[in-house]
Design a protein around this ligand. Structure first.
Ligand SMILES: Cc1cc2nc3c(=O)[nH]c(=O)nc-3n(C[C@H](O)[C@H](O)[C@H](O)COP(=O)(O)OP(=O)(O)OC[C@H]3O[C@@H](n4cnc5c(N)ncnc54)[C@H](O)[C@@H]3O)c2cc1C
Length: 394
């Protein structure tokens, strides 16, 4: 989009049938689903800017202040107050937290803010929480779930510095940066398809269903190439550039109940069990009776077959919410390489490469951000600037 907007002739090759990559619409048994439930954050400034640029209406997402509601009744809500007051008052008002922990959490946030969210040396999130006395209920209900959701890595193996970067840009940032934005359209329709229409309208070409296999031939044809593929997919096109990362999975289990089944809130957390979050797709996308159960990061659930996992998700919902009819159908989508594992001190590759005219983009290349939609977008904008040799600002 960035290159096409500036009049650079662009051809996008996408091996999949629809655009979107790891955030796309999939069709299984004639049913359209997302490859995984996604959440956007108010801090996704570049993604939200591009969405506005292609005319995505603001009501394509359900926007609400950060609110963590758990099936067991625990709730934590940031208030729309200037940062960091919104979060701090939210912590102080959280029911179910001992006063000592409320004050401890506020102290932790203030200490991190004083240090500008910088650690002298990276460590694990678990170690950071222990060091600051954040292991109690606040750790269980807020910090650990936030780590798994944002970094898709268990706190024991997740980078504390990346976690603090997320806190800096969300909970401790101004305006509405900590808001949650829940898509009300399928993921390809939400942004990638309008983005492709934008590229075409500017004279570019979008070729879905075409896999690039020969980088040299493409370079000869196009002059410059931005490789915006997952790091493991680089091995097939440019093995010399492929970094060696560990990966973490995300499983989404869709349970289709009769249409009248709803959750009390569009997004509901679970403090125990394999499902971490359940989303009411009826309330979000109009798919009535459909609940998306999300299981981020590695765990014992990976040992279960698809039917066993769906049954386990259903049992967890029943145990937490009371009697429910059996699902009419279920579908598990296992993204085994959903993101790279965000280990402490993780090195990111340079976006310029040893091959002249070839640049890297993708969520794993952003040094400041966990692998997310926003990281992918920011890296794309930077790659566009590099490829057009400084002709773009920023
Ligand atoms: C289940 C799941 C849930 C997630 N939840 C969230 C969330 O809630 N919030 C969030 O911000 N992030 C979330 N993420 C992460 C987010 O989806 C990714 O960070 C983001 O989509 C990565 O974008 P990317 O452009 O870097 O890579 P990708 O989306 O992987 O895009 C790479 C593209 O390159 C194509 N490709 C690969 N090789 C070739 C080739 N040789 N020729 C042509 N095309 C090729 C692939 O088909 C793919 O479409 C989630 C990811 C998953 C899997």
């Amino acid at each position: 989009m960035t290159l096409a907007e500036r009049g650079v002739p662009v051809t996008l090759f996408e091996s999949g049938p629809v655009p979107g990559g790891r955030a796309r619409r999939v069709k299984t048994r004639d049913i359209e689903l997302d490859n995984g439930q996604h959440i956007l954050s108010g801090a996704y400034s570049e993604l939200l800017r591009l969405m506005r640029l292609v005319g995505v209406p603001s009501d394509a997402v359900l926007r609400c202040p950060l609110e963590l509601r758990y099936a067991d009744g625990f709730a934590l809500r940031a208030l729309w107050l200037p940062a960091p007051l919104g979060m701090l008052f939210g912590l102080l008002l959280a029911g179910g937290l001992p006063f000592r922990e409320q004050i401890g959490a506020v102290r932790f946030m203030l200490a991190m803010r004083r240090d500008r969210f910088r650690l002298p040396a990276d460590t694990s999130v678990a170690e950071l929480l222990t060091r600051h006395g954040q292991d109690g209920r606040i750790g269980h209900y807020l910090w650990r779930p936030l780590c798994v959701s944002a970094l898709n890595t268990p706190p024991e193996g997740a980078s504390a510095q990346l976690f603090l970067n997320v806190l800096r840009d969300t909970l401790a940032a101004g305006d509405e940066a900590s808001d949650l934005l829940l898509p009300k359209a399928d993921l390809s329709r939400l942004f990638p398809e309008p983005a492709c229409d934008f590229v075409r309208a500017k004279g570019g070409e979008v070729r879905c269903g075409e896999t690039v296999r020969d980088l040299e031939a493409l370079r000869a044809q196009c002059g410059k190439v931005i490789l915006a593929v997952g790091p493991h997919q680089l091995k097939a096109i440019a093995p010399g550039l492929a970094p060696d990362y560990g990966y973490q999975p995300i499983y989404t289990c869709y349970l289709q109940y009769p249409k009248q089944v709803r959750l009390k809130f569009p997004m509901l957390g679970f403090a125990h069990g394999i499902v971490q979050w359940a989303f009411d797709r009826g309330a979000l996308t109009g798919e009535k009776g459909r609940i998306a159960c999300v299981i981020s990061a590695q765990g014992d659930h990976q040992q279960l077959g698809q039917d066993e996992l769906a049954q386990a998700c259903h049992r967890q919902l029943v145990a937490a919410l009371g009697a429910m009819p059996d699902p009419e159908w279920s579908q598990v989508i296992a993204e085994k390489r959903a993101t790279i594992a965000c280990a402490p001190g993780l090195a990111r590759p340079s976006q310029t490469t040893s091959i002249p005219g070839v640049y890297l983009a993708g969520d794993y290349t952003d040094p400041d951000y966990p692998p997310t939609l926003e990281a992918a977008v920011r890296s794309g904008i930077r790659a566009a600037a590099l490829a057009s040799e400084g002709r773009l600002d920023g």
